[in-house]
Design a protein around this ligand. Structure first.
Ligand SMILES: [Zn+2]
Length: 207
């Protein structure tokens, strides 16, 4: 092979190697998209307290942070309504969300019941036209992956998702009050599983 041909082969090879690093992130449908994550409750509002020593507000934030990591690794831009234990009103949340250019909003919650045997996953939507399809996709992903009862989706006029101008959903992923779930959140990897499932749902939505 003539010597001057070799550089002609090396340059395209280098370009291929460099661009395949970006392609790994670009391989996820969420790459390049903008997602708002709302960790439910916080500060003086603990959410459900039916799992001893683990308040819903803290478990929600743990899931939110894990989801943020997964999304950013996949090349998405993430906006968080809270990153610490602050007290936020619904208005604080949707005002912030509407100021970002986030395309969708996922509000992370865990359900609670005084009956510690109850479990299941439920999706909530507010604006039928904008939220229902998104809520359905996210909920179906959780229902097929988390191994709990499918409690369907329900219309719920919550301020956060109602006042956000683009598609939004509340995912009551599982019942934190459930004895097994409570234990899995405290000593197992349940927060990782929920975050992964929400991540998978977002990829399905943006596909
Ligand atoms: Zn909640």
């Amino acid at each position: 092979m003539p010597k001057k041909i070799i550089p002609l082969l090396i340059v395209p090879l280098l370009i291929f190697v460099v661009s395949s690093n970006n392609a790994r992130a670009a391989g996820y449908p969420v790459a390049g998209h903008k997602v708002i994550i709302d960790a439910g409750h916080g500060g003086t509002d603990p959410g459900t307290t039916q799992c001893p020593d683990l308040y819903e507000k803290d478990a929600n934030l743990t899931i939110a942070n894990k989801l943020k990591t997964l999304l950013e690794r996949a090349g998405a831009t993430v906006y968080m309504t809270r990153t610490d234990d602050s007290t936020l009103s619904n208005e604080d949340r949707y005002s912030y969300a509407n100021k970002t250019n986030g395309e969708v909003l996922v509000s992370i919650h865990l359900n609670g019941s005084l009956d510690h045997s109850v479990n299941g996953t439920k999706g909530l939507y507010a604006k039928p036209k904008k939220d229902k399809a998104f809520t359905t996709v996210m909920h179906n992903q959780l229902a097929s992956e988390l191994g709990v009862k499918n409690l369907g989706i329900t219309n719920f006029m919550s301020g956060v998702i109602l006042k956000f101008v683009r598609p939004a959903t509340i995912q009551e992923s599982v019942y934190l009050s459930n004895t097994q779930e409570c234990e899995m959140f405290k000593t197992g990897n349940r927060a990782d599983q929920v975050a992964q499932s929400l991540f998978n749902g977002l990829n399905t939505w943006f596909k």
